[in-house]
Design a protein around this ligand. Structure first.
Ligand code: ATP
Length: 193
């Protein structure tokens, strides 16, 4: 049995919160790898001021390029449409019947699990792992495991605000991702930077 972690999200852009949680869960649960998987169209989020799905995937590829355990997954971007996790995981389980899947979520997502499409079916398909996030509490009515990982008070929203304001973003995300954002002129940066 291969043990595969999945960290789904919008990654608009990816940041150290994502990377640290993925690494920590990889070690704590002795996973073979953790796949960072951007949504095509997210069901619950308005992607205003956003990068395209292809750009979000590219940023993840850059973010994990120096890691041997963290990898990018184009599963949802290539499939397209609204990305419902239950459908994605059904496809992955069919493709990889000898793998066991751990679906990693931050504390804010734990709070909203009841709104997920076919959450009860999804609960049967994967092992959920919750990660603490500043401003969220550890309470859930669902049988998920919680892991003790460092609390990282960084979000993609914070980064988008910093880019728009022209503030420094150093150390909050990998420098290769930072360079890509400035090269592409994303989030209000100027292409000339
Ligand atoms: P935004 O600010 O745009 O809402 P975000 O920073 O929450 O974005 P997402 O790509 O939506 O990033 O998050 C993907 C997954 O990672 C979600 O499960 C989210 O809860 C989790 N996550 C993101 N940042 C952190 C963090 N700093 N600590 C814990 N979990 C996090």
């Amino acid at each position: 049995m291969r043990k595969i972690g999945i960290l789904g999200g919008t990654f608009n852009p990816p940041h150290i919160g994502h990377l640290i949680m993925a690494n920590e869960i990889c070690d704590l649960f002795d996973l073979d790898e953790v796949r960072l998987m951007p949504t095509a169209i997210p069901p619950h989020k308005q992607l205003a001021d956003t990068a395209t799905a292809e750009q979000r995937l590219k940023m993840i590829e850059l973010a994990v390029m120096d890691s041997d355990k963290l990898v990018s997954s184009a599963e949802e971007v290539n499939f397209g449409g609204v990305s419902y996790t239950v459908n994605t995981m059904q496809r992955l389980i069919e493709k990889e019947p000898d793998s066991e899947f751990y679906f990693i979520i931050g504390g804010d997502m734990v709070d909203s699990l009841h709104t997920w499409y076919r959450i009860d079916d999804l609960m049967e398909m994967v092992q959920f792992v919750g990660v603490g996030r500043p401003g969220t509490e550890r309470k859930t009515t669902y049988p998920i495991q919680y892991a003790n990982t460092p609390l990282i008070d960084v979000s993609s929203t914070l980064l988008r605000m910093k880019y728009a304001a022209g503030n420094t973003t150093a150390y909050l995300l990998p420098s290769a991702v930072d360079h890509y954002i400035r090269k592409e002129g994303l989030y209000g940066t100027s292409k000339d930077n």
